[in-house]
Ligand binder design. Structure first.
Ligand code: NAG
Length: 87
């Protein structure tokens, strides 16, 4: 019982760090496309995915829940060949 409460609360504490988690941005050989990153972030259907125009213009999810495959597909709908994702 006590363990399960710790398991639930621990990720919330980690979420405080701005660049923690998983990040993606729409980017190909031409460069990065901040508006598409923002649009794809908002359209991801996951309210935890947030666009950070104040950092490196990435879409990030503090729990690593960003679906990079879906993100690449979203960028491709805007004509960007690929996305750059990192942890
Ligand atoms: C994305 O969502 C954020 C937060 O709700 C909002 O401030 C922003 O304007 C939205 N961006 C787009 C491109 O819809």
């Amino acid at each position: 019982m006590r363990f399960s409460i710790v398991a639930l609360v621990a990720p919330l504490l980690l979420a405080g760090s701005a660049l923690a988690g998983y990040n993606c941005k729409c980017q190909d050989f031409r460069g990065q496309f901040n508006e598409y990153t923002e649009n794809c972030c908002n359209q991801s259907g996951n309210i935890l995915n947030t666009y950070h125009g104040d950092q490196v213009h990435q879409c990030s999810n503090p729990f690593g829940g960003l679906d990079s495959g879906a993100f690449v597909q979203c960028c491709q709908r805007y004509g960007i060949n690929d996305a750059f994702c990192w942890q």
